[in-house]
Write a protein of this length. Structure first.
Length: 285
């Protein structure tokens, strides 16, 4: 059985009570200033160590997290690290942000949500379905035009001189990366000319499949999906051609009492998770 551990928030109020003036004076007595400082440092270290001490297996919990499809690979890697360190279990579901929103309004059994945008989590808060003070940006996504064919994508010129049959994008109504793709084409003044060539995936994962299988010669996908893929050709779309894809996370009301869900979101803000996020081509705030 895997050893279980968990992170507990450091209780500053309790620490202050512990270091009440009278208790300090009783404990310190007439020691030297250096000895007093050393003693206080030891007490502080002991408190923090206790806060991070492994929990018993009985404290391990399970949570269900809905995750935007573009974040699939980093989410899996982060989850492996999180589970090994905490003993909690995380069930991951991947899909389009808009589809997840619709499911959550119908009481879908999710405890937390990692969106592909910043507006959907805010809507969930407004709807009373998420915890307002849990909102934070966990990643800023980057859009890339990708083809499995070497030499096909050479900057924006391929869009102005379209020598291809199909270009794939995610559904712009439900997938923020699809909306960013439309914004990019409109900013370049090529959307109308390319509209008959566009094929839409339900989410960014299906969009990448269209390109990966050759059903579309090229497509707008998340940089995270191809950053580790050798070969092919790509153009990282300049950030000024589309609105920033700020990806927000939020704790859902259903998961407000779930220790695993809250711990996972806390871990997502930390250095280990941030290192994985950046490795896959995202920016972190």
């Amino acid at each position: 059985m895997r050893a279980s551990s968990t992170y507990h928030a450091f209780d500053g109020t309790a620490y202050e009570r512990f270091l009440d003036r009278e208790i300090i004076m009783t404990l310190l007595g007439k020691r030297s200033l250096f000895a007093n400082i050393t003693f206080l440092q030891a007490v502080a270290t002991a408190c923090v160590t206790t806060a991070l001490a492994p929990a018993s297996p009985a404290d391990a919990a399970t949570c269900n997290i809905a995750i935007a499809a573009n974040f699939t690979q980093p989410a899996r890697e982060i989850t492996q690290i999180f589970e090994s360190k905490t003993g909690h279990n995380v069930m991951l579901s991947f899909g389009a942000t808009g589809q997840f929103y619709a499911q959550m309004t119908q009481a879908a059994p999710f405890d937390a949500f990692l969106s592909a945008d910043e507006s959907t989590p805010k809507r969930l808060v407004s709807d009373g379905l998420a915890v307002a003070d849990s909102l934070f940006t966990y990643a800023v996504g980057k859009l890339v035009l990708f083809s499995g064919q070497t030499g096909l994508v050479i900057g924006e010129q391929i869009l102005r001189d379209p020598k291809f049959t199909n270009i794939a994008i995610a559904n712009p109504r439900t997938a923020p990366y699809g909306a960013a793709a439309v914004e990019t084409m409109k900013a370049l003044g090529v959307y109308d000319a390319l509209s008959d060539k566009i094929v839409q995936g339900n989410d960014i994962a299906q969009t990448f499949q269209f390109v990966d299988t050759g059903n579309a010669e090229l497509g707008f996908v998340a940089l995270s999906q191809v950053i580790k893929r050798p070969g092919g050709s790509r153009w990282v779309v300049p950030a000024n051609l589309y609105r920033p894809i700020r990806q927000d996370a939020v704790l859902l009301r259903r998961g407000a009492g779930n220790a695993a869900a809250k711990a996972f979101l806390a871990f997502l803000k930390g250095p280990e998770a941030n290192a994985v996020i950046e490795k896959f081509g995202y920016a972190v705030k």
